[in-house]
Each structure stands twice: as C-alpha cells, then as structure tokens.
Design a protein around this ligand. Sequence first.
Ligand SMILES: *Cc1c(COP(=O)(O)O)cnc(C)c1O
Ligand SMILES: [Zn+2]
Length: 409
Amino acid sequence: MTYSYVSHLYCPKCEAVYDTKQQHQLCTCGSPLLVDYDWDKLKAAWKPEDLLKREPSLWRYHELLPVENETNVVSQGEGMTPLIKMPTLGQDMDVVNLYMKDEGLVPTGTFKARGAAVGISKAKEVGVKEFAMPTNGNAGAAWALYGAKAGIRSTIVMPKDAPKITRNEVALSGANLYLVNGLISDAGKIVGQAVKDFGLYDVSTLKEPYRIEGKKTMGLEIAEQMNWKMPDVILYPTGGGVGLIGIYKALNELKKLGWVEGDLPRLVAVQATGCAPIVKAWQEGKHESEFWANSSTQAFGINVPKALGDFLVLDAIYKTQGCAIAIDDQTMLDEQEKVARLEGSFVCPEGAAVFAAIRQLQKEGWIKNGETVVALNTGAGIKYPDTVSIDVPTLEIGDSIKKEPAAKN
Ligand SMILES: *Cc1c(COP(=O)(O)O)cnc(C)c1O
Ligand SMILES: [Zn+2]
C-alpha cells in the first residue's frame, strides 16, 4: 500500500519543480516551495470512508502528507483536536453558529506541533542531521522537542522577550538555544548566517517546504469534522501565515479530490494593531506586505514584521473574498477573559484576537446572520502565564470568608 501520494515540489512564483528525495530549501528564485501530489492515483485509491477506522491524529491523512515511508514518522499523537461549539459566546456576539478549533490540546500546547511533526518526519526521511531556526517561541519549542524525539540536533534563536515557558521547553530538549536582544527578524538574520557558516538545514518559516503540510491538516480536520461541508468563514491569527496558507491549500486539495463542494470559506487573517503588515497590504489592495517597523504585541506568535509567504496569504484572502483585520492588545485581553467566563476556555492571546475579530466583523455586518464561523485558537492560554494579571485576597490560616462569595460580573 502506498503511504504517501506525494509527487514533487513546485515553485508558486516561477513554476520550477524539484524532487522530494533530496533536501530543499527555497526555490532558486527565492520563493517558498510547495508540495504537490499525484491526484489521479490518490483520487482512485483514497476515500473519506477510509478515515473512519483510523487513529485520531493528523497521520490519518498520510496519503496527502509528504512522508513516504511510515517508519520515518515522528509522532506524539498530534492532531484531531476538538471542534467545539461556542453557544454562549456566540450568543453574546450574535454569531449563533460559532465554533472553536482548539489547538491548545496538541503536544507543546500550540498548533506548531503539527508543522514540527510533519517537518521533522520529512527531515528525518531526507537525512537531515542538524537544523536551525529563528522563532518567537512556540515553533522553537515544538521543533526542538520533536527534533529530540527524532534524534536530530537543533540550534534555536529566539527574542529574549519570547514567552519564558518556550525557552524552557527548548533548553530542556537539549537544543543549542540562543536569546537575541531583538525581534524574530533579527533572530532570522543570525540563523541565516549560522546556516551558511555551518551547513545547517534551515527550517525557518517556509524555508523548508514541509511545515505547511503539517499545518494544512487543520483544514483537513475542520472539513472532516463538519462532515465535508465547508463553513462560511474561517479566521486565523496570522504571523508567518503558514497556518492560513495551509488551510487554504488543504481545502483546495479536498476540492480536487471531490470530497468537498462549493465555494471555499472566506479566510480572515487576524493580526495585532502593533504588528499588522498583512492587514495594511490588504487594505491597500497590494499583493505583498512591507516590513512593519518596531512591531510589538503580547500575542507573541503573531509578532512577525515581514512574512516570506505574505503573497500566498494575501492570495488566499483575495481568492476567497476574505479580509484582514487588526485587534489591539487590550481588546484581545478583554476577549480572552470573556471566552473564559462564557465558555470555560483559557485561550491564548492570538486565539483571543480571533474572537475579538469575529465580534467586530459581526458588528460591521461582514459576518452575516446565521453564518457558520470557525475560530482557530492556535494555543493554550497556559503557555502565557504573564499576560493575565489578577488581584485576589490572601487569607491567613484560620481566617474566614467575610462576605457571601458571588461571581464577579
Ligand atoms: C505561530 C503562531 C501563530 C501564527 O501562525 P502562522 O502560521 O505563523 O501565521 C498564531 N498563534 C500562535 C499561538 C502561534 O504560536
Ligand atoms: Zn521559483
């Protein structure tokens, strides 16, 4: 039985093609490479019913993933996260068919484990021994830990302000960890030089072709969980944009297979007002973004001043009649509290930005009555212990509670 129907890599800019047996980074023209499959064979061999007996991890879609030999799969059970109805929050914002795809439940606490699982497995398959990457924290944590499981060494460079927990995850994995007094773009320059100096495999966002294949499984799962009917809108907190590009790729691939029909959902890129290059480009009708100087937001995963795949993100937005919207940090944190109070879910700030965006797009009439809306919560709130500040009374031993406790409202 064929484990993967991967056929080749292609360049979305200049249409050059590459094989999948060797290590590849960017196209010679500088564009990221994308993975393609043998559609005729895949269509004949693979049916939605085949999934019914499979384990609830992203490897249930192995035919549409790039790892060719199952023995190379490095997995910690990632994927098939719940798609949860959010009725109370939905009512609060007049979006009655509101769902959350909760990525807080994957290993390492963010969806980054999807990209790492597939990226590391394929790296193992093509013989990578050592890789390097810049990160805002979550990707580094996932890649370092999956790298450790695969026996691949790693060098990780992250801003010194990145969430401390991610620093600990990387360090504990045995990776070479460096902090930089700067942003992810500064970390990227340092990694670029180290890659040249030491011949490391560069797994920076979109500089290797396979991370996106892991992330696209979010789109595959949403379609499967909605019984192969597409929602009207999917919103995604966008940094490097791989998640959004991946979901777009996944839904197009399902259309090619004939597993879903009709228009694709309108895709929405949600950013922070302190770092909104995609939003600015979209507002100006452009197909590429400009570097966002002095970017800053508490939603660390989306603090990316210039994404290599910006043209692919913008293309996905334009082609689906989607939009891009920026949310300020205070609104994001207020929404984080609302989600916890109304739905009992402690979402990450990036996920909270998505819910705030839904609230705003409903008010503006962009989201219409009765539409089915899927919010990606890309990680667990517990990865960001410092974004929430609370003030609670401390009792001495033997003290009693003086007044009748009532839930704050
Ligand atoms: C990385 C990250 C994002 C942004 O994802 P991209 O695919 O890079 O756009 C969003 N949320 C969290 C929690 C992240 O770690
Ligand atoms: Zn090219």
